[in-house]
Design a protein around this ligand. Structure first.
Ligand code: KG4
Ligand code: ZN
Length: 341
């Protein structure tokens, strides 16, 4: 019988204070999130200082709830997994310091986790059959990567954004058309009422880097379009802009991913990160994968955006590989995927 490995996972890289208990990498016993979105909405985006303070306030509470809901005690936990980068340094530090304190007091192993590795691992939770190798498109507020998942914890990045992340473009466009923060889910909803062919926004192609992305062009094109409408006193059709912007972004994401899966001869494709909960991306990708005979995987919406269950899944595979961090573990705001501290 497999030994039971229980990970207490902590995530505080941005604006969610989260803790979870995950059994053997794939079974979520609890997944508690305190979201700070309402606080940051007042300012139109995440305010790092406020995020760190709120993490400090909520961290113990969130951990206690995660243990309580999972019906386990700290003594029964095998190891603590914690996001140590990338993210906001002050926010990350709260989770890292908390994890180190618990490990020190309870003599538990400490496993630092890369936030993006967490997003990718969210796919393992609800897809028990998913195993590497596969291709993963990671689309979040801070990252847009196309990665080959060669094995658990082993990645090769074959494409990334040259400028804005996909989620960042969603958030900026949403602000420009008056939808507020966070923009992704709002554009997703409004776009359903609009015509995706109303305005043709640019689809960026990068010479010599077929899997790289660029979203600053489409974002600027939307802003210019809005300015032009305002100058000509033409009413702004929010739903059409949202649908047309989304069509441009999703087309590039799907096209790059399918081409990469074919070139690298991978018959499994997963998506991860906040934007992976986008309904248009999911349906377009599902359609394209079906056509090409590729199996398509995605986490449910609650596991796409930041959470600690995904960190627990990633920490389990890191733990199994022997990853252990010392008291010198630090928050690394620009930690690269696959890089070891
Ligand atoms: O993964 P995540 O929670 O945080 C980061 O690690 O960045 O992603 C947050 C991003 C935000 O930019 C948000 O607007 C976007 O994910 N997002 C969406 C949707 N839900 C969240 N973008 C498009 N459609 C959605 N339904
Ligand atoms: Zn994230």
């Amino acid at each position: 019988m497999q030994e039971e490995i229980l990970i207490l996972a902590i995530e505080s890289s941005c604006d969610e204070t989260a803790a979870a208990v995950v059994k053997n990498g794939r079974e979520v016993l609890s997944n508690v999130i305190f979201t700070q979105i309402a606080l940051h909405t007042l300012y139109g985006g995440v305010v790092p200082e406020i995020a760190s303070r709120k993490h400090i306030e909520k961290m113990n509470q969130v951990i206690e709830s995660a243990l309580f809901e999972a019906k386990v005690t700290l003594d029964e936990i095998t190891a603590i997994g914690v996001t140590y980068g990338p993210g906001l340094v002050g926010a990350l530090l709260v989770g890292v310091a908390e994890a180190k304190a618990i490990c020190f007091a309870k003599k538990k192993p400490l496993v630092g986790v890369h936030h993006i590795e967490g997003h990718i691992s969210a796919n393992f939770i609800e897809n028990q059959d998913l195993e590497p190798p596969f291709l993963c498109l990671i689309v979040s507020g801070g990252h847009t990567h196309l990665a080959l998942v060669k094995d658990y914890g082993e990645y090769e990045i074959i494409g990334k954004t040259r400028d804005d992340a996909a989620g960042e473009a969603y958030d900026k466009v949403a602000r420009a058309i008056g939808l507020g923060y966070p923009g992704g889910p709002k554009i997703d909803k409004v776009a359903k009422e609009g015509n995706p062919n109303a305005i043709i926004f640019p689809r960026a192609v990068i010479e010599d880097a077929p899997y790289d992305f660029s979203f600053s062009g489409v974002k600027s094109a939307v802003l210019n379009y809005i300015n032009a409408c305002q100058m000509k006193k033409i009413p702004i059709e929010t739903a059409d802009i949202a649908a047309s912007f989304q069509a441009a972004v999703v087309e590039v994401l799907v096209e790059h991913s399918i081409r990469a899966a074919k070139e690298y001869k991978l018959d499994k494709l997963a998506i991860a990160g906040g934007v992976a909960s986008n309904s248009e991306l999911r349906s377009r990708m599902a359609e394209a994968c079906k056509k090409e005979g590729i199996r398509f995987y995605y986490p449910s919406s609650g596991l796409c955006t930041d959470n600690a269950a995904m960190i627990g899944a990633a920490a389990y595979y890191e733990y199994q590989k022997g990853t252990r961090h010392g008291w010198d573990l630090n928050a690394i705001p620009n930690l690269k995927l696959g890089e070891r501290k």
